[in-house]
Design a protein around this ligand. Structure first.
Ligand SMILES: Cc1cc2nc3c(=O)[nH]c(=O)nc-3n(C[C@H](O)[C@H](O)[C@H](O)COP(=O)(O)OP(=O)(O)OC[C@H]3O[C@@H](n4cnc5c(N)ncnc54)[C@H](O)[C@@H]3O)c2cc1C
Length: 387
């Protein structure tokens, strides 16, 4: 296997870096944006649309649906660049939970045309509604009910922690059509629009802004044509697509960790204590050395897993979980060390470590907690013994 970047990938990555540096970081400064206060939706929309026009936003979607057709390795390199940019606006420039995902390839031709095409073009945004107050990791036991009545489905239930729930033009909701069957035939997915549900209370969160909300379905009428895929089979099908999200998070973590390490290296060279730069001390050197080593390990895991998925030679489930587990825990360790190297300054809002220390924590929870990743890895090792 060869991870040498080809010319095309290098060119896209460099163009992305230039755009972030010249436009997005400039916009952050000009508008005095504060990520803790939330980014105005008008700016989010503008960034998303421009990024789609430049070919970054939907780079990971297949060309036949209007995406960039990037391989997973190319996508990981772009997501790593996004993390390394240190720009919070850049995270809106690459599709996340509000944007197109391989899961949307479950849509039929009419659904693709109506919902996916504008999403890929960055003209609309969406949300993904699975988690509920009573079921998160154990998503097979969701309680939201879907009952078929004539040519409609009637949905009842509450979803929570839904990213972009407040602004989404539409979403994909998972509901049980037959609780006795569980994931094997009992969970369906539907495309829903704001008129069909109520946006409930926003969740106040550690990261500051209110990015997640409750979504409430009360006798919501959903046309039968909005059923996604086969009745009862949505959960299993969706899960086969969602593993890639774990790789995407891991790639971003590698870039963020690299950015934080560069802050630590700079500060260790500038800051003097006891007549020497603090970087002359072994205690500080080892924090940097351990961070660099772990970033190197995570990057190689991400590149190798990307290559594995692209090659299609084996089931990558274990590697996807290992990448997500290791990279999200690694970036939190790196952030903690770099904050420590900055001393009191690391705790202050003048230093990026303050914000990253809070915002990175959630990565050990979303897209499958660290414990769930370990469970998945153990199952691939132990088979039935681990069930
Ligand atoms: C910022 C943010 C954004 C989110 N966005 C979305 C979204 O857009 N759409 C959506 O549907 N959901 C979203 N979620 C929900 C997210 O997917 C869940 O929070 C996550 O799956 C964990 O579920 P839970 O919070 O119910 O925790 P629980 O499942 O209740 O877990 C609690 C604890 O028990 C542990 N645990 C559970 N089961 C096991 C086990 N078998 N073995 C060992 N330990 C176990 C967990 O690891 C965790 O430590 C978001 C959450 C956050 C915080």
């Amino acid at each position: 296997m060869d991870f040498t970047l080809n010319e095309e990938t290098r060119a896209v990555r460099d163009a992305f870096n230039r755009w972030v540096k010249e436009e997005l970081i400039g916009l952050e400064e000009k508008e005095k944006l504060d990520p803790d206060a939330g980014i105005p939706e008008e700016i989010v929309k503008r960034v998303r649309k421009k990024s789609a026009e430049l070919g970054f936003y939907s780079h990971h979607m297949p060309e036949e649906v209007g995406g960039g057709g990037f391989s997973n390795l190319q996508s990981s390199i772009l997501r790593e660049a996004c993390g390394r940019s240190g720009s919070f606006l850049a995270s809106y420039a690459i599709a996340g939970p509000e944007g197109p995902s391989p899961m949307h390839l479950m849509f039929n031709a009419a659904q693709r045309e109506e919902y996916l095409t504008p999403l890929i073009a960055g003209e609309t945004s969406a949300c993904f509604m699975l988690s509920e107050p009573g079921a998160g990791s154990d998503a097979q036991h969701i309680a939201t009910r879907a009952e078929k009545r004539g040519d409609k489905w009637i949905l009842n239930g509450t979803k929570h922690f839904i990213t972009n729930g407040k602004h989404a033009d539409w979403g994909v909701v998972f509901a049980t059509n037959d609780p006795s069957k569980g994931a094997k035939g009992g969970i369906s997915a539907f495309i829903v629009e704001p008129g069909m549900y109520k946006v409930g209370r926003p969740h106040r969160a550690m990261a500051g802004f209110e990015g997640q909300t409750e979504i409430i379905f009360e006798d919501a009428e959903v046309p039968a044509k909005n059923l996604v895929g086969q009745e009862g089979m949505a959960f299993l099908t969706a899960m086969t697509f969602l593993g890639i999200g774990r790789l995407q998070i891991a790639a971003n973590c590698v870039g963020v960790a690299d950015y934080l390490l560069s802050l630590g290296v700079d500060y260790a060279g500038q800051r003097h204590a006891f007549g020497q730069p603090i970087g002359a001390r072994q205690g500080v050197q080892w924090m940097l050395a351990d961070s660099a080593t772990e970033i190197y390990a995570a990057r190689n895991m991400v590149y190798h897993t990307s290559w594995l998925v692209d090659s299609g030679t084996q089931d990558p489930t274990r590697e996807l979980s290992m990448c997500k587990l290791y990279a999200t825990e690694m970036v939190n360790r790196v952030c903690d060390r770099v904050l420590q190297i900055h001393g009191g300054m690391g705790w202050m809002k003048d230093c990026p470590t303050e914000r990253y220390f809070r915002s990175l924590r959630v990565l050990r929870i979303v897209e499958g907690t660290s414990e769930i990743q370990r469970m998945v890895i153990a199952r691939t090792l132990l088979g039935k013994t681990a069930r």
